[in-house]
Design a protein around this ligand. Structure first.
Ligand code: ADP
Ligand code: MG
Ligand code: MG
Length: 241
């Protein structure tokens, strides 16, 4: 039930320093896969290569059995939703509703208002739909960017540090919501450096360290491997309650 698979993927921003080295992993339907790694490990870069924002130097990316490395960012975005680390880099419209409608309109979706309203409701933002985006908190903005991507009904959803900037209550609510999305059959890649989050919500975790995957296992097993945790600079828990 493999949806997306990354094969021997390598990448460098400039030739003198490789950032991703022979990365291999896959994500299954309905699975929450945590992508762990300390700051600078290459997590965000990996997502940019998968979504076509950056071009791999070698390797392949397979979506439902077919290579997508020749596909444009736009084409990949029809099936692979990517919610960037910083929501301010994604928001372009004035009100919440307009923001979610925007992507749907570009794709020529007919019932774009209905779909946008539904996504806003799922993300707990429906009552604010006519508000200006600038009135939202950082955490609410993150949820808005997720609503905009979800409205497009991706089969793979990549979330780059989605819980950063959310308070504890929101964080739980949000993660339960992500679980529901996975239960609908979406494959989720959840980027985090929070081991506690992975332990509680992910089905499996991969650990990226200096551009190489050094573990692919259940979060509880990874947590138990002291050397691995030290090498990858992962904290046992970084959740402040
Ligand atoms: P992470 O998301 O795991 O914190 P990044 O993918 O952001 O890591 O960064 C991986 C490495 O690539 C870091 O050494 C970072 O400095 C470098 N890097 C990130 N973006 C760029 C860029 N646009 N140009 C050059 N180097 C970059
Ligand atoms: Mg970083
Ligand atoms: Mg990052």
């Amino acid at each position: 039930d493999n949806i997306l698979s990354v094969q021997n993927l390598s990448f460098a921003y400039d030739e003198s320093k490789s950032i991703l080295k022979d990365v291999n992993f896959s994500v299954n339907r309905g699975e929450i896969l945590a992508l762990l790694g300390n700051n600078g490990a290459g997590k965000s870069t990996l997502c940019k290569v998968i979504t076509g924002i950056e071009k791999e130097s070698s390797g392949d990316i397979i979506f439902l059995g077919k290579s997508i490395i020749k596909n444009s960012i736009k084409r990949r975005g029809e099936k692979i939703g990517f919610v960037m680390q910083n929501p301010n880099h994604m928001i372009t419209q004035e009100t919440l509703l307009e923001e979610v409608q925007f992507g749907l309109k570009i794709r020529g979706v007919k019932d774009f208002t209905e779909k946008a309203e539904k996504a806003l409701e799922i993300c707990g933002l429906h009552e604010f739909r006519h508000w200006p985006v600038t009135s939202l908190s950082y955490g609410q903005k993150k949820r808005l960017t997720i609503a905009a991507i979800l409205a497009l009904e991706p089969e793979v959803l990549i979330l780059d540090e989605p819980t950063a900037g959310q308070d504890y209550k929101r964080y739980k609510e949000f993660m339960n919501f992500i679980k529901e999305i996975a239960n609908k059959g979406v494959g989720i890649i959840l980027i985090t450096h929070d081991m506690h989050l992975a332990l509680e919500y992910a089905n499996r975790a991969i650990v990226l360290c200096n551009g190489t995957i050094i573990a692919n296992n259940s979060p509880s097993i990874i947590l138990g491997e002291k050397e691995l945790m030290e090498k990858s600079n992962l904290k046992e828990t970084s959740l402040s309650q």
